[in-house]
Design a binder for this molecule. Structure first.
Ligand code: CUK
Ligand code: CUA
Length: 765
């Protein structure tokens, strides 16, 4: 191989030399020696074997975790517990350009409240979209407790597409919970507040402060929530908590509990006993039962009035139409979880050691026979506990949430105070097993646990405290998600995963093969609106336009390894809007764009078009560059924004060349290029002699390679034209660019060739 070929090969083959040596070092120690050295037991090894995923391996399930106060969603694999992604939802996330490009800023702006930007969210409950009660892998919803909002994430690209603000609530908690065909997404209020956006004294708490549950209509075709068709039930100020949607026989109904039906208002600084004392006096609170199906019919029939632009069902109308009932539930309840078959509802009270199992059959009978024990102060009928309860089971101190197993009647309840998981049978009403966790568990999640057909297998315990589980990192500890094997009779603790991003509350887990995420966008795509961007720019069509809006629009492109344009000139005081389209088709070829001192930071995945608009307030020189190490010449992926002072007159002359080139330099470069072409031809020969068209990944690489080769051809022509005029300066530089395109072609070609070899491509005649 001659020198230039070696250069190409070294460049394009990447940097993976010397792995063989590492393999030898491993084989020097035996399993026994490693166990002894690290103090591992047979049980540890078994646990490791159940979670360890060799390089390149995939997980069976993907977990989508609330990111707590980070306002994000965390995606990790089960059983490996490897984090795969943070999805920016309510909070800007620089790496993804979320909250930095104009397109995603528009999504965050949907979540403004009274015109104010809110750059965090207290996310609690993620929920998958469902079809017939099964997760369909298309969308994820998540709520923000602090600023009553819901967000829609499209699992096609794992991006946030929509944020809606609840028009009535001032805080929420019981969202997101999805009805079996994603007809609606439930969101229930938490702390009661007036529906109006004005001051109402606490003395009017009972009359003017209200709870609520909103059923957000989901438009499946558009993949967006439809505020116009959503409706809200007015509820008493009982501090509503979690919700769940009915299914099977309870389809069409929703369940929402509450923890302060005492309607107590604290004021410890005024000498009043605090909220915690007043909200835990009664032995029971109320489970709210709402009929969304009938409510939707009333809305469709025009029988529900709108308030603040949204349908609002007042309590008296809900009572009159038979849409709303109350059932006593254990003191200070937390979780309410409907069984997969929709026949039972399990509620746990934080201050009761029992989990309470309600029978839908009994509840329905009481409603049908109008058998009530009375009414609450707002006239809502109360179904007597004995007319609704199936059984009570002593599960431990401080039960919170319940997950259903694949095995019939088997459930797992998180026990906060006792720091354990209790496995029990809700049909028979008996405890089966208990496992200590570390420490103070909140939610827990079983695989596809909220669907009509849970998978069981694994359980993740979301612990509130980590205390001594990890290397200390200061007073703020990571959270601890513990993986538990629930496939056998006895639960087995497998693994601790530290999560250092907010306090996640809930996780949902889906079979990985239900997700079909894209690897690239259609060319020129606005990923936030899911439509073609008006700023889509094709190769060779880059331009700078001073628009009628007075804005300097830069229509640019990025591709290995340059940003076009490389020089942008504007005048001080002008507003600049830079639109960049990533021309790559190859998988994982994302480019970034960072610009000095303008808070501009973009992520441009293959096919995407993103924009950054800012005012160039002051004259100066502003370098920009690509932030992703995308190619060997990544550092050279750079440019200058020149902001000229007003009325600046350019001095005569041109850019001074730093280095001068001669005919000898030109000839040398051309020789390299000719050799390189031979490498390309041999790779092309390999690809085209195989059934590469059967591999979409390779087809995309070949498309990109063909583009790059086309650019090489153009650069070649330019260099030859300059050479023919004896301008060896430009001829050499363009010959260099010709080679750059060849290297990228060869890089793509070799990646395609490797893929074909590794995936058993067949030779074709
Ligand atoms: S909540 Cu946090 S442990 Cu928001 Cu579902 Cu129970
Ligand atoms: Cu593109 Cu670095």
């Amino acid at each position: 191989m001659n020198n230039s070929l070696k250069r190409v090969s070294a460049l394009v083959m990447g940097f993976g030399i010397g792995l063989g040596a590492a393999t030898n070092a491993w084989s020097q120690s035996s399993l026994e020696e490693v166990m002894k050295d690290r103090g591992l037991t047979q049980k540890d090894l078994l646990a490791a074997a159940k979670t360890y995923t060799p390089t390149g391996g995939r997980d069976e399930y993907l977990a989508f975790s609330s990111g707590g106060q980070s306002g994000q969603v965390i995606v990790y694999g089960i059983p490996s517990m490897r984090i795969l992604k943070y999805i920016g939802v309510f909070t800007p996330e620089p790496w993804q350009g979320y909250g930095f490009d104009d397109e995603s800023k528009a999504v965050l702006a949907q979540g403004r409240i009274h015109g104010k930007d809110i750059n965090f969210g207290d996310t609690h409950h993620p929920a998958f979209s469902e079809t017939k009660g099964e997760y369909n892998g298309r969308y994820l919803f998540i709520n923000d407790k602090a600023n009553p909002r819901l967000a829609v994430i499209d699992l096609h690209d794992f991006e946030t597409k929509q944020i809606v603000v609840n028009p009535f609530m001032k805080s929420e908690h019981g969202g997101a919970f999805v009805t079996p065909n994603t007809e609606y997404v439930m969101e229930a209020a938490q702390y009661a507040a007036p529906f109006e956006d004005e001051f109402v004294p606490l003395e009017e708490f009972n009359e003017k402060y209200r709870g609520a549950v909103t059923y957000w209509k989901f438009d499946d075709k558009k993949g967006r929530l439809d505020p116009e068709m959503s409706f809200t039930f007015e509820l008493p100020p009982y501090s509503q908590d979690l919700s769940d949607a009915g299914k099977g026989p309870s389809m069409g109904w929703g369940f929402t509990n509450s923890f302060c039906s005492e309607r107590y208002v604290g004021g410890i600084e005024r000498g009043r006993p605090p909220f915690e004392a007043g909200c835990s006096q009664k032995d029971t609170d109320f489970l709210h039962v709402t009929n969304w199906k009938k409510a939707a019919e009333l809305v469709a029939a025009g029988k529900v009035k709108k308030s603040k632009g949204s349908y609002m069902i007042p309590m008296d109308q809900a009572v009159k139409e038979g849409l709303l009932y109350l059932i006593p539930e254990p003191k200070s309840p937390h979780g309410v979880d409907v069984s997969p078959d929709g026949t039972h509802i399990i509620v746990s009270g934080k201050l009761d050691s029992h989990a309470w199992v309600y029978s839908w059959d009994k509840i329905q009978k009481a409603i049908k026979n109008k058998k009530f024990e009375g009414k609450d102060p707002y006239g809502i009928p109360i179904i007597a506990m004995k007319d609704a309860l199936h059984t009570q089971v002593q599960v431990g101190l401080g039960p919170l949430h319940t997950q259903y197993d694949a095995k019939k009647c088997v459930v797992y309840t998180s026990i906060y105070v006792d720091s354990m998981v209790t496995k029990w049978d809700y049909c028979e009403g008996k405890v089966l097993d208990q496992l200590h966790i570390h420490y103070n568990i909140g939610h827990l999640v079983a695989m596809e646990g909220d669907s009509v057909s849970p998978d069981g297998k694994y359980l993740v315990s979301l612990n509130k405290l980590a205390i001594d589980r990890f290397n200390p990192v200061g007073p703020l500890h990571p959270q601890n998600h513990q993986l538990i094997d629930i496939s056998g009779d006895k639960m087995q603790l497998l693994y601790d995963m530290p999560l250092p991003l907010g306090e996640p509350h809930y996780v949902v887990a889906i079979k990985a093969d239900k997700l079909k995420p894209a690897v690239r966008y259609k060319s020129g795509w606005n990923s936030r609106t899911d439509s073609k961007s008006p700023y889509k720019t094709r190769a060779g069509r880059e331009k700078v336009v001073r628009g009628e809006d007075g804005v300097v629009h830069v229509y640019g492109t990025v591709i290995r390894s340059h940003i076009t344009p490389e020089i942008i000139e504007v005048e001080e005081g002008e507003t600049v809007s830079i639109h960049l389209t990533n021309l790559e088709r190859a998988e994982d070829e994302t480019h970034g764009f960072a610009l000095y001192s303008q808070n501009v930071n973009l992520s441009i995945e293959p096919g995407k078009t993103v924009s950054a608009t800012f005012k160039a307030e002051r004259a100066g020189v502003f370098p920009y560059y690509c932030t992703e190490f995308c190619s060997a010449l990544h550092l050279e992926m750079q440019g200058y924004l020149l902001v000229k002072p007003k009325g600046y007159v350019a001095k005569a002359g041109k850019i001074q060349e730093g280095t001068k080139y001669t005919q000898a330099d030109y000839d040398k470069q051309v020789k390299t290029n000719v050799d390189t072409q031979a490498v390309i031809n041999s790779v092309v020969g390999f690809i085209t002699s195989h059934n590469y068209k059967d591999f979409p990944e390779v087809v995309a690489l070949v498309e990109d390679a063909t583009d790059q080769l086309g650019f090489a051809e153009e650069a070649k022509k330019k260099s030859e034209t300059f050479a023919s005029k004896g301008d060896y300066q430009n001829a050499t530089l363009w010959a260099g660019q010709w080679w750059q395109y060849q290297v990228k072609t060869a890089d793509l070609g070799l990646r395609a060739k490797t893929f074909l070899e590794e995936h058993g491509a067949k030779k074709v005649k």
